[in-house]
Design a binder for this molecule. Structure first.
Ligand SMILES: [Zn+2]
Length: 143
């Protein structure tokens, strides 16, 4: 990732639990053109998602670990990078916990941390800089 992400989701939906084999997924959303694939190519696998619209998961062709996803909503221009696959995952804690309605009960969200039962209104939670970056993406797609 060449810059900081737009926003980091800690997703507690059942699909993320299944995919990780654990309790949640940690995804950093970032513009696709700010992700540099250092070598090789990813293998793209169509996978169901919580929304029912599906996601494309890009995986390492050798070990099949998921490195990022693209969802129907944001399309190909925004990647959801799996934070745990980065060289320095500790630098990207979540900005929000989502789909906490299906959170495994032993997972305790720190007090004061942004958390929602399902999804959220972007303009309420995203920093202004990220909203502006998103607007730039959308206007580039139209023109
Ligand atoms: Zn999820």
């Amino acid at each position: 990732m060449m810059t900081k992400p737009l926003f980091v989701h800690c997703c507690h939906c059942r699909w993320c639990q299944r995919e990780t084999g654990a309790s949640f997924a940690l995804n950093a959303m970032i513009e696709a053109d700010r992700v540099l694939l250092v070598k090789g190519a990813v293998e793209v696998v169509d996978t169901p998602s919580n929304s029912g619209k599906g996601q494309k998961i890009s995986r390492c062709p050798r070990c099949h670990v998921a490195v990022w996803s693209n969802y129907a909503g944001a399309g190909d221009v925004v990647r959801f990078v799996r934070v745990g696959t980065l060289d320095q995952p500790d630098t990207l804690p979540p900005d929000i916990h989502i789909f906490t309605a299906s959170k495994q009960p032993w997972v305790v969200i720190p007090p004061g941390m942004a958390a929602v039962e399902e999804y959220y209104e972007r303009t309420v939670y995203w920093p202004r800089e990220s909203l502006e970056r998103r607007n730039a993406l959308l206007s580039a797609r139209i023109s």
